[in-house]
Design a protein around this ligand. Structure first.
Ligand code: NAP
Length: 282
């Protein structure tokens, strides 16, 4: 068994981004810029927003942080998004989800200009993935594809099973595996006999949010297993896959932490850098 080391790959990618951004500065160009908006005081969101800010600074991306009260009116939030949309020095805009009750996540997501939608949650960017067109890809599935590629793992010709069908992970993950030539099954809470599907998988991606949902009896010998889950329990951070019972059976597996999480963060930087390159070239 080999670990798919997302932490190491993310560090390597970040070194490359930093080098590239240094090159832009040497040419006298402005730095790339990501604006992050946090509405309310959800503690987990505060941590995510802070780490995105630090990630940006570590590679030379300018980071703008906006915090708004939980009872902010939709019009006020739209006003901020509109001004960031219009600001030519801002390349990426991210409104941290979930939003407090009373704010419509769909309307807020759609307000962000698609060329600045570095989270890739808007209908335009999701549509581009579905149609196989150029566009931003959501950071978690994009990071997983990059991690698989780093280890020479291709979906082509393989049975791929994705557990979870959320708009931000499961669904786009299934589409990217399909695009890479995989034969894809998407499982969810209504799937009957989950194990009969997971046991067929050459590549198994689990994005559910239930500690140790998948154990060694549910995976095929030699499978590649990607654990997206981030569950905070008594024993700290824990994935959706029981690492110990799977480790002796699989060919590759992502650790939690140190697998998918760092890749997700690196892909946000990459999307911001891509948005920047598209903007400065205009
Ligand atoms: P989500 O929106 O809650 O979706 C969970 C999915 O799992 C749903 O599609 C649900 O099915 C399905 N599901 C629930 N119980 C199931 C069961 N017993 N068997 C099979 N499927 C089941 O969650 P998410 O946003 O996709 O995130 C999933 C996990 O990944 C969470 O732990 C989250 O914290 C983590 N995550 C990690 C990263 C990272 O960078 N590492 C990024 C994003 C998310 P239905 O659709 O039928 O309800």
């Amino acid at each position: 068994m080999m670990k798919l080391d997302g932490k190491a790959l993310a560090a390597k990618l970040k070194d490359g981004f930093a080098e590239e951004i240094k090159g832009f500065a040497e040419k006298g160009l402005r730095p790339p810029c990501l604006a992050v908006v946090l509405v309310g005081e959800d503690p987990a969101s505060q941590i995510y927003v802070r780490s995105k800010h630090n990630d940006c600074l570590s590679v030379g991306i300018k980071s703008l942080m906006y915090t708004m009260a939980a009872d902010t009116a939709e019009d006020e939030l739209f006003g901020l998004i509109d001004s960031l949309n219009a600001d030519d020095s801002v390349d990426g805009i991210l409104v941290q989800l979930p939003l407090p009750a009373g704010l419509d996540e769909r309307a807020v997501t759609e307000r962000i200009r698609p060329d600045k939608d570095v989270d890739a949650f808007s209908a335009v960017n999701v549509g581009c993935i579905t149609l196989g067109r150029e566009g931003f890809k959501p950071c978690t599935p994009a990071g997983i594809m990059r991690l698989l590629a780093e280890y020479g793992i291709k979906a082509e010709g393989k049975e791929c099973v994705v557990v979870g069908r959320s708009n931000i992970v499961g669904k786009p993950m299934s589409l990217l595996l399909l695009q890479d030539g995989g034969t894809v099954t998407t499982c969810h809470s209504k799937t009957s006999d989950l194990a009969s599907h997971t046991r067929r998988a050459d590549i198994l991606v689990v994005a559910v949010g239930k500690e140790k949902l998948i154990n060694g009896d549910m995976v095929k010998d030699g499978a590649v297993v990607v654990d997206v889950g981030m569950n905070r329990g008594e024993n700290g951070l824990c994935g959706d896959v029981d690492f110990e019972s799977c480790a002796g059976k699989v060919s590759y597996i992502t650790p939690v932490p140190g697998g998918v999480g760092p890749m997700t963060r690196a892909m946000l930087l990459e999307n911001t850098l891509t948005a920047y390159k598209n903007h400065v070239k205009k």
